[in-house]
Write a protein that binds this ligand. Structure first.
Ligand SMILES: [Fe+2]
Ligand SMILES: [Fe+2]
Length: 419
């Protein structure tokens, strides 16, 4: 089972990658938009200043050809690729191009034919061969503020300015990603600490449930015998048999709980029948059989014991269908109940009861053998017979304290190890 450290680490790593991607894409997109806006604003302001300064050219467009040499602004002299004065109806009055950028001017002219600017779209950005430029349409006003015409120009973006803006964006991006990484790192110990609390509470809750299970099991045992040894032994036998036939950890947990509570319904059986020091007559037997339904009813409200209930409900079923409870047969009887039936009968046979003496180990094994296929699932009966001798030896002639210690070890192994 992967450790909680690894699980938290992997999930945080996945969250960090996803959040970094989202933030990276968003910051880059917003940053590039901002850069474009800054460049458009710069281009618009420079071209507007140029056009406004030379407004008179609207009246004498022929003079435009010499204007670039006379411009007062160094920026516009270096960056204006081409420009065109237009009248109020967007008809060309005069055009010029910058001799510094004559090759680009041809490209701008080609683009202008394909994607004209209008009142809606007053600027467009273009890039080619590592250079970027912006075409801008500026409306011009006459002396009284009346519309006088337009100037459409192409402004070459300074590569150094572009690189500086992109460097700023990279720094912003890095800061955002570092912030995400630091936040993720801070979350790691916080999540682990919260998880430790949750695990502690879960273990306390589980320990409480197990204690209660043992207390109830012990209360039932006290009614018909002096100790809880039967419960301890059948739980131990059942786990060993379940391990032997390859049951998983969760199923074995349910089996332990079921073993403790298998006869919980005997609480509802009167003493004259439960403690009768002789064989029960048929009428008394019928009353005794009701302990199965009583047990199911008692556990009905417990979700924690939902699967363990199979042991309570079906532990008196027989493989050939002649048992009681629901009268199930074969593999219709839940596996936990089939396992439990073998060990419960074996322990009953080898124990003293008010109405009988204990059978020897050999006699009990012979009876289990005879019951394989009729009383018991034959596969499980034979699996138990194969492991029964050392189990029987270990559980006899030992103190209750010793049996309880072994059971606690088993409970630790199946309920708490790795939790
Ligand atoms: Fe029973
Ligand atoms: Fe029993």
């Amino acid at each position: 089972m992967p450790s909680i450290h690894r699980i938290v680490l992997y999930r945080l790593l996945a969250a960090w990658v996803v959040i970094s991607l989202l933030i990276g894409v968003t910051v880059s997109w917003l940053g590039m938009r901002k850069i474009d806006q800054q460049l458009v604003t710069l281009a618009t302001e420079e071209i507007k200043r140029f056009a406004t300064t030379n407004l008179a050219l609207l009246e004498q467009p022929a003079a435009l050809h010499n204007t670039l040499d006379l411009l007062p602004s160094q920026t516009i002299r270096e960056h204006l690729i081409a420009g065109e004065f237009q009248d109020r109806n967007r008809r060309k009055l005069a055009a010029t191009s910058n001799p510094l950028h004559s090759a680009l001017a041809l490209e701008v002219e080609r683009q202008a034919a394909g994607a004209a600017l209008d009142q809606e779209t007053r600027s467009r950005k273009f890039s080619a061969d590592g250079r970027s430029w912006i075409r801008v349409l500026v409306p011009l006003s006459g002396a009284e503020g009346a519309a006088a015409g337009y100037f459409e120009g192409a402004f070459l973006v300074d590569p150094e300015l572009m690189a500086r803006l992109r460097d700023d964006l990279t720094v912003t991006l890095l800061v955002a990603l570092i912030a995400v990484a630091l936040t993720t790192l801070c979350l790691y110990p916080i999540i682990l600490s919260l998880n430790r609390n949750v695990v502690r509470h879960s273990r306390d809750l589980l320990a409480g449930n197990i204690e209660l299970m043992e207390v109830v099991g012990s209360a039932i045992a006290k009614r018909d015998s002096a100790t809880s040894m039967h419960n301890y032994r059948v739980a131990t036998y059942a786990v060993k048999l379940a391990e032997n036939v390859g049951l998983g950890r969760d199923e074995i947990r349910d089996l332990i709980a079921g073993a403790f509570l298998h006869d919980v319904g005997k609480i509802g059986i009167c003493d004259s029948i439960l403690l009768k020091p002789a064989e029960l007559d048929p009428q008394e037997s019928e009353v005794m059989k009701t302990h199965v339904a009583l047990g199911v009813d008692i556990l009905r409200k417990s979700n924690w014991l939902l699967k363990a209930r199979a042991v309570v409900e079906y532990h008196h079923e027989k493989f050939d269908g002649s048992g009681y409870g629901k009268g199930l047969a074969g593999e219709d009887i839940p596996l936990l109940a089939r396992i439990f039936a073998v060990v419960d009968v074996f322990d009953a046979l080898t124990s003293v009861r008010p109405y009988k003496q204990a059978h020897s180990f050999a006699e009990a094994i012979a009876m289990i053998e005879r019951g394989a296929g009729t009383y018991f699932d034959p596969r499980l009966a034979h699996a138990f017979i194969a492991i029964a001798e050392p189990l029987y030896r270990e559980s006899r002639d030992v103190s209750q304290a010793e049996v309880e210690t072994r059971l606690q070890d088993m409970i630790r192994k199946y309920f708490f190890a790795g939790a």
